[in-house]
Design a protein around this ligand. Structure first.
Ligand code: ADP
Ligand code: MG
Length: 242
């Protein structure tokens, strides 16, 4: 989940898409790469002292089961030393991130990485280890502003990884169908990105912002909510594209 803007729904999508995939019977690993550790705490887990993707410890020893069956998490770390190490990641650290993820890749059907709101080295290390980018875009004024730099970065990684990384999809979030603005952003984004924009959109729904404070996914907190429905639809679309 990548977008250099904060508050666009990366973490919400990382949590609830991975939960939906897990509920659909897929083994999922959510990797929290954001030093804010929002995904970790939202799933009622604790941040670690030192990020598992950087240390020498086997990744399997750091992985924690969540209360959703089949959904595990690599908790985030707030330790600045580590964040710095990741954030200034040269080739060695980037390779280490990828090696750690490769060591568990066989155990999961999907590995989702929640990135911090930046195009810095943390995000670049995540992109280098990934096969697909999912970019949430919030339906607001200036939704596409600043995306040029991010797209350039993504393109560089695509070239550097010989096409291992592809554009997985763009997701419109905080969609408000009664607002003219939402439809303007929808049209602009679909004109610009074309088919890679998911048909599914995520409406603004209070269940999605309340569930993290209860340490729950939206499926646990409000299974009949519009938010739960939207992430179920997105999950089905991801599985159809896969
Ligand atoms: P990011 O990870 O990109 O910074 P978050 O997923 O943390 O964004 O979302 C930012 C804030 O907006 C959070 O408080 C979250 O609960 C809320 N939020 C995210 N998606 C929605 C939505 N579809 N409807 C309502 N609130 C949302
Ligand atoms: Mg976040």
């Amino acid at each position: 989940m990548v977008n250099q803007k904060g508050g666009v729904g990366k973490t919400t999508t990382a949590i609830n898409l991975s939960a939906a995939l897990a509920i659909a019977g897929h083994r999922c690993l959510l990797v929290d790469m954001d030093p804010q550790c929002n995904a970790t705490t939202a799933l009622d887990c604790s941040p670690t002292n030192g990020h598992a993707l950087i240390g020498e410890t086997q990744l399997t020893e750091t992985i924690v089961e969540t209360s959703t069956p089949s959904l595990s998490i690599v908790p985030g770390s707030r330790t600045f030393h580590d964040v710095d190490k990741l954030a200034t990641a040269g080739d060695t650290e980037t390779a280490q991130v990828r090696r750690h993820l490769d060591s568990v890749i066989e155990q999961y059907d999907f590995i989702l990485i929640d990135c911090p709101p930046s195009v810095g080295a943390l995000t670049q290390a995540a992109l280098t280890a990934s096969t697909e980018v999912l970019m949430p875009i919030q339906c607001e004024y200036f939704a596409m502003e600043g995306l040029t730099q991010l797209i350039q970065t993504i393109k560089k990684v695509i070239v550097a990884t010989d096409g291992r990384l592809t554009f997985g999809g763009i997701l419109l979030t905080m969609y408000e169908p009664h607002l003219e603005l939402t439809h303007e952003v929808d049209e602009e984004v679909r004109d610009f990105f074309g088919d890679i924009v998911f048909d599914s959109v995520v409406p603004r729904d209070v269940s999605l912002c309340e569930s993290p404070s209860h340490g729950q996914t939206v499926f646990q907190y409000a299974p009949r909510s519009r938010g739960a429905f939207a992430y179920t639809q997105l999950c089905m679309e991801v599985l159809q594209r896969d």
